[in-house]
Design a protein around this ligand. Structure first.
Ligand code: HEM
Length: 458
């Protein structure tokens, strides 16, 4: 193998490389790269070298076996002004210590205790919809997941702050997307329109997070921290902050972690719920089977965590939804040292892009990959499927810390909402996904809310 052998790849612009290609349809571009050039595709974003890696074995190597040779890549760092050194972006010893500190709050038994809260929030949301009224489905799902993240992870109610978080989130996602697809990235102090919106979003979110921390610190102080019964993530963080001499956690670190929990803890789950409801509305025969299962297992009572192992078809629907519309559509890394991936020498500092969107739609692993077919998830198929051909929550030590919460939340929310309400699609055609940090619907998702009996009689 020659040391200079490089993976193949499309011809890019002589200065900008493949930045202009990202500006068009980014998902189609990555898919085309894999289909035309294979599992290792060489790309360049101005001066940054990158390789798109799409084989499950190579994915396992980067995210699992050799994970210590990789840090997060440049694109995720565009989020640094918002998330600072929170868990999603921190590295090395800091990351290890913080992950260890927070992990117990995400263990299965702790997460299962949130079941009643999730069902309660889903019922409140469903009951707030007017029969025959029109809603933005995605906006509503964001309301639900935000309320759950705030209460379950931070122990607070957000009520009036909902609009602030949604507006800020959108500004951050747009800023991120612009940074990915521009050749010129003015620093945040340059007062461009885009930067102004981003700075306002950061300011508003920080004020909110600082208020949440203040409120919780005061209530701990008045209860006496020894008597604070709550054991959510924020309690653990506050406790560690109180013993900063052992934990080394600063106020800024506490703020970054709290911000990360709120922002990472709601957006992706909301995307899953929206895409799943849309897919079900598009495929009434699949929806009818979900309803039959819910009827058989629950009758007309609300779901509980104990019901979930018996809701096997709903589980397949969610798996299939996250296959076709992975809420995190790509993860990025950067090589620390020279290494070899997929038989090619990869120099230090190369960015490694791994896309769930591409791998989850690869016909080598999935028959008729573009079809929504929950029945494909048989035990035999899962046995055959290469382990890293399906990884909606990432893989290795940096795998999503909130995956159990997200899966439980999505299943319970759907099992609460679907038996009584159906959604009539008002946007024509398939849902267009918008890839930014996450994969979310490109436009408002207008649906008419119909009570279920009326929907069945239609
Ligand atoms: C369907 C919902 C979700 C999906 C698809 C998802 C996906 C992911 C993925 C792919 C990663 C790995 C990123 C990488 O390797 O660079 C990740 C990391 C992370 N996720 Fe999630 N996530 C979801 C829900 C949640 C929830 C509910 C939380 C709650 C706090 C959360 C918090 C985090 C955090 C903090 C990290 C960084 C973990 C670390 O590096 O140690 N996510 N997520």
């Amino acid at each position: 193998m020659s040391a200079t052998r490089r993976p193949p790849g499309p011809q890019g612009h002589w200065i900008w490389g493949h930045v202009p290609a990202l500006r068009g349809d980014m998902l189609a571009f990555f898919t085309r790269c894999q289909q035309e050039y294979g599992d290792m595709v060489w790309l360049r974003f101005v001066t940054r070298k990158a390789v798109l890696v799409s084989h499950p074995d190579a994915i396992e190597q980067v995210l699992v076996h050799d994970n210590r040779n990789f840090t997060k890549n440049f694109a995720l760092r565009f989020l640094r002004p918002v998330l600072g050194q929170g868990l999603l972006l921190s590295e090395g010893e800091l990351w290890r210590r913080q992950r260890q500190l927070m992990q117990p709050s995400f263990n299965r038994d702790r997460v299962e205790a949130f079941g009643p809260l999730i069902v309660d929030e889903a019922q409140k949301l469903r009951d707030s919809w007017r029969e025959g009224g029109t809603i933005d489905l995605h906006g509503e799902m964001v309301k639900l997941t935000l309320a759950v993240a705030a209460k379950a992870l931070l122990g607070v109610e957000l009520a009036d702050d909902y609009d602030t978080v949604c507006r800020s989130q959108l500004a951050i996602l747009e800023h991120f997307r612009r940074r990915c697809e521009s050749n010129v990235r003015p620093p945040l102090w340059v007062p461009t329109e885009n930067n102004r919106r981003m700075n306002r979003a950061i300011h508003d979110l920080r004020s909110l997070i600082e208020r949440i921390i203040r409120e919780r610190s005061e209530s701990r102080a008045s209860a006496g921290s020894a008597h604070d019964e709550r054991d959510d993530v924020l309690s653990r963080l506050l406790q560690a902050r109180a013993h900063a001499e052992d934990s080394g956690m600063s106020d800024t670190q506490l703020r970054d972690e709290t911000m990360t929990m709120l922002m990472a803890g709601h957006e992706t789950t909301a995307n899953t719920l929206t895409f799943t409801c849309w897919l079900l509305a598009e495929h009434p025969h699949v929806e009818a089977r979900v309803l039959a299962e819910l009827e058989e297992q629950l009758g007309d009572r609300p779901p509980t965590v104990e019901d979930l192992p018996r809701l096997t078809f709903l589980d397949k629907v969610l798996k299939e939804s996250m296959r076709l519309y992975p809420p995190a559509f790509a993860v990025g890394r950067r090589a620390i040292h020279d290494c070899e991936i997929g038989g090619y020498p990869i120099p230090a500092k190369t960015n490694v892009l791994i896309s769930q969107w591409v791998v989850h739609r690869d016909e080598r692993w999935y028959e008729r990959p573009l079809e929504f077919d929950p029945d494909r998830w048989t035990p035999e198929m899962m046995e055959r499927l290469p382990k890293y051909a399906y990884f909606p929550f990432g893989a290795g030590p940096r795998r999503c810390i909130g995956s159990s919460l997200a899966s439980l939340e999505a299943a319970l929310a759907l099992a609460t909402i679907l038996p009584t309400v159906s959604f009539e699609r008002l946007n024509p055609g398939p849902l267009k996904p918008w890839p930014t940090v996450t994969l979310r619907p490109a436009n408002n998702v207008q649906v008419r809310v119909k009570p279920r009996e009326a929907a069945l009689a239609r």
